[in-house]
Design a protein around this ligand. Structure first.
Ligand code: NAD
Ligand code: IPM
Ligand code: MN
Length: 345
């Protein structure tokens, strides 16, 4: 049956990398007999320009009825004072679709090992997943900005924590059988509850080891001992920060994909980075984050394991061939890199 994929290209480098991702999908589809249709919708700043709101009704409805959603990136300085910012549209979309489980894999292609700013012996064997809670916590608590005071509320319920910890254990069970639960339990009440729930959930997974880490020291260990980790699970804000930090391991945000899943309904796939206004329109953005998000979509929404593998192999081969964009120290344009990946499919 034809799969309906809603695409949200958004802002900045968003449209450039989305085109790259869709070109790769179009080239791959006949090879794996994958039948799909693309339904592009306005989102983010582009939707503010077109419709006056970052998440128009038509976009939300299409997303709800899709088989999967691809999102590139939103935001930009020109929208910082918009009545509703692009970022708010993204948060509303995640909330409306119930996308509580954000999966951000960190693996370093062989070809990138020598490009990492870290020593090869530190990078060796790095392969972990950040599982970020995506629809709760301080992002969705009340925000109050007064002239001389401000307040952001961080709320978590037992159930919200339980379902994301379970996702982490389910993933760990199929991988390295270790969960590192990250919190700030020495200070925060939400973190104290987080730790209790993690211990409770762990009882149902006797084959998976659970360790706890405080977020500050974990931020350090992610760089000094990154190969120690298998599945890292944490709340919304910590997961945002730690996943950007993890991009230091491969050396660029430009290769980092993600998947966001709900209890029911379509999943959404997007790079972890933003709209990169500093390089938008220059044709030099790294499309790999988007292309690998397409691979994650094929595997996780459509069970197209082989197709996903074809894409990942083609990306690795392209990097091994030395086709590198500027963020990786190379000179290839987005179009050159995309063409090379397609020819390696
Ligand atoms: P950013 O992630 O857009 O960029 C950070 C740095 O990484 C920049 O130097 C950028 O050039 C580089 N970079 C990011 N993606 C790249 C790629 N594919 N290829 C090469 N280089 C890449 O973060 P920022 O500049 O702090 O934020 C810009 C805007 O994006 C803000 O409005 C922010 O709110 C928004 N944002 C959106 C998302 C999203 O759409 N999911 C995620 C993060 C930030
Ligand atoms: C991300 C982004 C978003 C977040 C912003 C744009 C709201 O940084 O997807 O990581 O903080 O979740
Ligand atoms: Mn982020």
């Amino acid at each position: 049956m034809t799969k309906k994929i809603v695409t949200l290209a958004g802002d900045g480098i968003g449209p450039e990398i989305m085109s790259a991702g869709l070109e790769v999908l179009a080239a791959l589809a006949p090879k794996i007999d994958f039948d799909y249709e693309i339904d592009p919708k306005n989102f983010g700043g582009a939707a503010i320009d077109a419709d006056g709101h970052p998440l128009p009704e038509t976009t939300l409805n299409a997303a709800k009825n899709a088989d999967a959603i691809l999102l590139a990136a939103i935001g930009g300085p020109q929208y910082n004072d918009a009545p509703v910012r692009p970022e708010q549209g993204l948060l509303s979309l995640r909330k409306a679709l119930g996308l509580f489980a954000n999966i951000r894999p960190v693996q370093i292609f062989d070809a990138l090992k020598h490009l990492s700013p870290l020593k090869p012996e530190i990078i060796d064997g790095v392969d972990f997943v950040v599982v970020r809670e995506l629809t709760g916590g301080i992002y969705f608590g009340e925000h109050t900005l007064n002239e001389r005071t401000a307040r952001d509320v961080n709320d978590y319920s037992y159930e919200e924590i339980e379902r994301i910890i379970k996702v982490a254990f389910e993933i760990a069970e199929k991988r390295g059988k270790k969960v590192t639960s990250v919190d700030k339990q020495n200070v925060l009440a939400t973190s104290k509850l987080w730790r209790i729930v993690a211990e409770d959930v762990a009882k149902s997974y006797p084959h998976v080891a659970l360790e706890h880490a405080l977020v500050d020291s974990l931020a350090m260990k992610m760089i000094t001992n990154p190969s120690d980790f298998d599945v890292i699970v944490t709340e919304n804000l910590f997961g945002d920060i730690l996943s950007d930090e993890s991009s230091v391991l491969p050396g660029t945000l430009g290769v980092m994909p993600s998947a966001s899943h709900a209890a029911n309904g379509p999943s959404l796939y997007e790079p972890i980075h933003g709209s990169a206004p500093d390089i938008a329109g220059l044709g030099i953005a790294n499309p790999i984050s988007m292309i690998l998000s397409v691979a994650m979509m094929l595997r996780e929404s459509f069970g197209e394991t082989i197709g996903a593998q074809y894409i990942e192999n083609a990306v690795n081969k392209t990097l091994l061939d030395g086709i590198l964009t500027k963020d990786l120290g190379g000179k290839a344009s987005l179009k050159e890199m995309t063409a090379a990946i397609i020819s390696n499919l």
